[in-house]
Design a protein. Structure first.
Length: 289
């Protein structure tokens, strides 16, 4: 009797085990899992699909069908001959009798155009960067904007042509250095520097101002301001702004012009720890602050 009870217990334990063949090895189980994952994965591109005007783009593990005629992209689920051929028949019926070589030629031309556009974009970026670098040098040296086109560009072309040849000189000539271009570049850099300084002041929260008055060549009064703030572990001091003043440079007007600029930059007087006016005669500025 004990033997029969023991056998029954073993039979019940066997029924609880997963329904797998005892003869199936670990390698066979792994192969079964891989084949299942492949079946449920993304559809792959076949070179034969070029005969129905389709190549692919994007990730090679999950390619996107791309029509070489109209450039339309289809979903990965459409990567089957029947759906690709349906696109050819409905969208481009006049090309149904074309052989694969025709579509290969279209594909190669498209790839060449894409490569050319990438190279052109890269060259344009280098030309633009060179233009900004020249504008920065002119601004720092306080020279006329016309010096770039009248002196710097001809000098660079002469040097490069002598040292590297005429082809390199042609590349130098592509850099835009007209006076209007230099003016725009300087304005762009000025606006970018201003936004960066304002952002750092907002992060610092606390700042101090130094105000001064100057007169331009036309005799108009200009308000100059420097700002000091904490930038990380260091204390920075930067030029803040230059704004025109009315004929009467009173303390109230100084406060008004400064307040307008602070408000425009998202700053508040409450975060200003100190104001140092260079001109002592500005009456009323201290009371306004």
């Amino acid at each position: 009797m004990d033997k029969f009870l023991k056998r029954k217990e073993l039979d019940s334990e066997q029924n609880l085990e997963p329904d797998e063949s005892p003869s199936m090895s670990g390698g066979q189980k792994k192969a079964k899992m891989v084949s299942a994952s492949k079946f449920s994965g993304a559809r792959q591109y076949s070179e034969s699909y070029i005969s129905v005007e389709f190549t692919f783009t994007g990730d090679a593990n999950k390619p996107t069908p791309l029509c070489v005629v109209c450039g339309e992209k289809l979903a990965n689920s459409a990567m089957v001959p029947s759906k690709l051929k349906r696109h050819l028949q409905t969208k481009h019926p006049s090309l149904q009798n074309k052989n694969a070589d025709y579509f290969v030629c279209l594909r190669d031309n498209t790839e060449k155009q894409a490569t050319f556009m990438r190279k052109t974009t890269k060259v344009n970026e280098r030309v633009l960067k060179a233009s900004y670098q020249v504008a920065e040098l002119i601004a720092k040296s306080k020279k006329s904007h016309t010096v770039a086109e009248t002196l710097i560009l001809p000098a660079c072309k002469a040097i490069v042509e002598e040292m590297l040849g005429p082809e390199a000189a042609k590349e130098i000539a592509k850099v835009p250095l007209s006076d209007n271009t230099i003016s725009r570049r300087i304005n762009d850099m000025s606006a970018d520097i201003e936004s960066v300084v304002l952002e750092k002041i907002r992060i610092s929260e606390k700042f101090a101002l130094q105000l001064d008055e100057s007169t331009d060549i036309s005799g108009h009064a200009q308000l100059l301001a420097n700002v000091r703030f904490v930038d990380g572990d260091a204390i920075r001091e930067n030029f803040f702004f230059c704004k025109a003043l009315p004929e009467k440079t009173t303390g109230e007007e100084i406060f008004r012009v400064t307040s307008e600029y602070l408000e425009k930059g998202g700053l508040k007087w409450e975060n200003c720890t100190s104001v140092c006016p260079v001109v002592v005669a500005w009456q009323g500025l201290g009371s306004c602050v």
